[in-house]
Design a protein around this ligand. Structure first.
Ligand code: SAM
Length: 349
């Protein structure tokens, strides 16, 4: 069971369908409702369970925010005592867990269930701890309860190494007061999703040089400057005062598709609103010519065939980089709307 951005259920399913095909699974039955914010996919038989897990895991899917292996569907939870019904099923599973999360979809119909999730989570945690089923051991799976409605839920497990570290896959980030635009949160989330804490410490350091293509009003440049970096911000539009006031951002009123750096930079970030194929062409040139060590770039998706657009962009970059060692990931972040975020890292050394 996977949660995703509401309206992207079909893309999420298509992605798993393609991955399943690539692993020799002919069909991947399942269900999804447009706008529900989650999908359920099923293994045709128990033998395919292992394959299904692999489909879920490597690499992390583009459109799934959170995922779990659902073991039970509880359609008729009594409104006066949901906890007992959930506990009874959890006990049948005979599995110690490291945590219990009660989640729901990030969709219009289910958002009002959030307070219920918090209440249930508290009671379940207390009861599981009393019953000796809750142990502080990071190697144990997490118990997930996913409320589809106020009286129905999926119950399952997730491996913390292969699922989002945030309930519902939503990082709770605070908007810094001085930030010039909300898009700061998008880059902040990308840095947390694609880099470990240790990698962030190592690769976001004072004195490093970054190029920000499509920078205005300057949220991303501002965030990079906050890490002590010098930033070349490329955009014909105006930068906010707070960005220029850092003293670390040089504004170039140039075309981001024509700009090239004088020397190799530590980071290239790109948030230009353009066709994904055009952005992919341009960033692949940056990667192929080793103009940057790492990059974060946004792809604005078309209305239809969105998964296909991501795969085409990936193919453009892979073609340009054939024979080279690099890492490339795409994820639809919580702060992304009709877009996905790409992460590139040069592994050539
Ligand atoms: C979504 S905004 C970027 C927001 C920015 N990341 C921030 O944090 O404030 C897209 C920007 O791309 C710029 N843009 C569009 N086409 C461009 C091009 N060819 N070269 C440079 N900038 C371009 C626009 O002027 C606009 O400011």
């Amino acid at each position: 069971m996977c949660s995703c951005r509401a309206g992207f259920e079909r893309d999420c399913r298509e992605e798993f369908g393609q991955r399943a095909l690539a692993r020799g699974m002919t069909s991947l039955p399942g269900a999804s409702t447009p706008g529900a914010g989650f999908i359920v996919i099923g293994a045709a038989d128990s033998e395919t369970d292992e394959k299904l897990l692999r489909v879920l895991r490597e690499p992390w899917p583009v459109f799934a925010r959170q995922s779990m292996l659902a073991h039970a569907w509880l359609p008729g939870l009594p409104a006066h005592d949901r906890v007992s019904a959930i506990l009874a099923t959890a006990a049948e599973m005979r599995q110690c867990v490291s945590e219990v999360w009660v989640e729901t979809a990030d969709a219009e119909a289910t958002r009002p269930l959030m307070p219920l999730c918090r209440g249930l989570e508290y009671h379940l945690r207390t009861a599981l701890a009393k019953g000796g089923l809750l142990r502080h051991d990071a190697a144990l799976p997490r118990l997930h309860v996913f409320l589809a409605t106020s009286t129905s839920a999926y119950l399952g497990h997730a491996d913390p190494r292969h699922s989002s570290p945030w309930p519902m896959g939503i990082p709770r980030l605070r908007m810094p007061r001085a930030a010039p635009s909300r898009s700061v949160l998008k880059l902040e989330e990308a840095l947390r999703v694609f880099l470990t804490e240790e990698e962030r410490h190592r690769s976001l350091r004072p004195g490093m040089l970054a190029v920000d293509l499509g920078a205005a009003p300057g949220g991303w440049s501002w965030l990079l400057a906050r890490h002590g970096m010098r930033v070349i911000a490329v955009d014909n539009g105006r930068l906010a005062e707070a960005v220029l006031a850092t003293g670390q951002v040089e504004h170039r009123r140039e075309d981001g598709f024509a700009f090239r750096p004088r020397r190799r930079v530590d980071w290239m970030v790109c948030d230009i609103v353009e066709q994904p194929s055009r952005v992919a062409q341009r960033v692949s040139r940056w990667f192929a010519r080793s103009w940057c060590r790492q990059a974060i770039f946004n792809l604005k998706l078309p209305m239809k065939r969105r998964y296909e657009a991501v795969m085409q962009a990936r193919a453009v970059i892979e073609r340009a980089m054939s024979g080279r060692k690099f890492e490339l990931q795409f994820r639809q972040l919580y702060h992304d709307r009709e877009e996905v975020t790409g992460f590139y890292r040069d592994l050539q050394g």
